[in-house]
Design a protein around this ligand. Structure first.
Ligand SMILES: C[S@@+](CC[C@H](N)C(=O)[O-])C[C@H]1O[C@@H](n2cnc3c(N)ncnc32)[C@H](O)[C@@H]1O
Length: 338
């Protein structure tokens, strides 16, 4: 007899296997057809159509399978465990651009209730094809994209459920580490999980563009996977806020996406923006963020590539060859003049 628990586990396994197949087999086949067709419209080619259709369909299946799994188990977030803490802002108005879109096709987004954050937490593992279950990707960002210094205060903008924030505390136990996110359930879950790890991190519900942190109080501001979710004018505001919050000589490190110059891959990435409900991502990819950072008052702004299979941060904006579908990660580096 197939029990409910077995059916739920099978659904998760199926979605993960399907996504791996989509990335490892369908994408290379689509590239093969594209190259054989010598510059034809990629979206007219059969394998690309399969790739695009499967991407959206597998994502919808993912949230359904993950939602069923979460609803059968831990449905609410327990209080934060010491030594982690959380501050909520019940009066915070969530921007319409944020609530108006089911980001990543997750029904209801990541902000509505406890289930939304728990579903996001489990879903993130399947989205990363099971390769970030131990959050190795985020540790690699901390270890390779951030210079080793004695930081006093580190601020992580758009921290989600905390997987980008905890590794900073683990790497810099002497620093005060703060994670900010618009989503109340996400910061509550982040604090809960930080406490379970014995990490003294403070999480706050806040809009990163108006963080409420004291001017000049941080010597490192970071974000991972946030910037492409913001409309361009919000990115301008984010840089202004980073400059305000940073102390002179402080560093900025934002992990996000960049164009690779590989026409097929860039085309697939822009399509991913619409298939995965990330409406602002193509606009961010077209914008000149180093110029924006410079206008905000940051110095030495530049992108470098980041590849999780090649040790993390790379020396320039060039990625190693990989045949499978994967994200064109890059780190925006800048500093506030001393
Ligand atoms: C893709 S998640 C990344 C989370 C985390 N940094 C990570 O790497 O796992 C983006 C997060 O940014 C948050 N977010 C989006 N806009 C924001 C804003 N203006 N201020 C604070 N958080 C924001 C979302 O709620 C979401 O949790």
């Amino acid at each position: 007899m197939i029990t409910d628990a077995l059916a739920r586990a099978a659904a998760l396994d199926f979605v993960l296997a399907l996504r791996r197949r989509w990335a490892n087999t369908v994408f290379p086949r689509a590239r093969f057809e594209y190259e054989a067709a010598n510059g034809a419209q990629a979206d007219a080619l059969p394998a690309y159509r399969w790739f695009a259709w499967l991407e959206r369909g597998a994502q919808q299946m993912l949230w359904r399978a993950v939602g069923d799994a979460v609803r059968a188990g831990e449905r609410s977030i327990a209080a934060p465990a010491a030594p982690a803490t959380v501050t909520l802002d019940p009066g915070l108005e969530l921007p319409a651009w944020y609530t108006g879109c089911d980001i990543h096709v997750q029904p209801g987004g990541v902000w509505r209730d406890d289930e939304a954050a728990l579903i996001y937490e489990l879903g993130a593992k399947l989205v990363m094809l099971g390769e970030n279950d131990d959050y190795r990707f985020h540790r690699l960002f901390v270890d390779t994209a951030v210079p080793h210094r004695a930081y006093r205060r580190i601020v992580d903008f758009g921290c989600g459920f905390g997987k980008s924030t905890w590794p900073f505390k683990a790497a810099y136990p002497e620093a005060e580490v703060i994670g900010l996110d618009l989503s109340a359930p996400c910061v509550r879950l982040a604090a809960r999980r930080a406490g379970e790890r014995g990490l003294s991190v403070h999480f706050r519900q806040a809009n990163a563009v108006a963080s409420g942190l004291a001017a000049g109080s941080a010597d490192l501001v970071t974000s991972t996977m946030l910037v492409h979710e913001l409309p361009v004018e919000q990115i301008e505001r984010l840089f202004a806020e980073a400059v305000r919050v940073l102390a002179p000589g402080g560093l900025l490190r934002f992990l996000d996406f960049q164009r690779t110059g590989d026409a097929f891959r860039d085309f697939a990435m822009l399509g991913h923006g619409s298939r995965n409900n990330e409406p602002f991502m193509p606009l961010m990819m077209a914008a000149d963020l180093p110029a924006m950072a410079a206008r905000a008052g940051l110095a030495h702004a530049r992108w470098v590539a980041f590849d999780e299979r090649s040790g993390g941060r790379l020396a320039e904006l060039a990625w190693p060859e990989r045949s499978e579908w994967h994200f064109p990660w890059a780190v925006l580096e800048a500093e506030k003049p001393a």
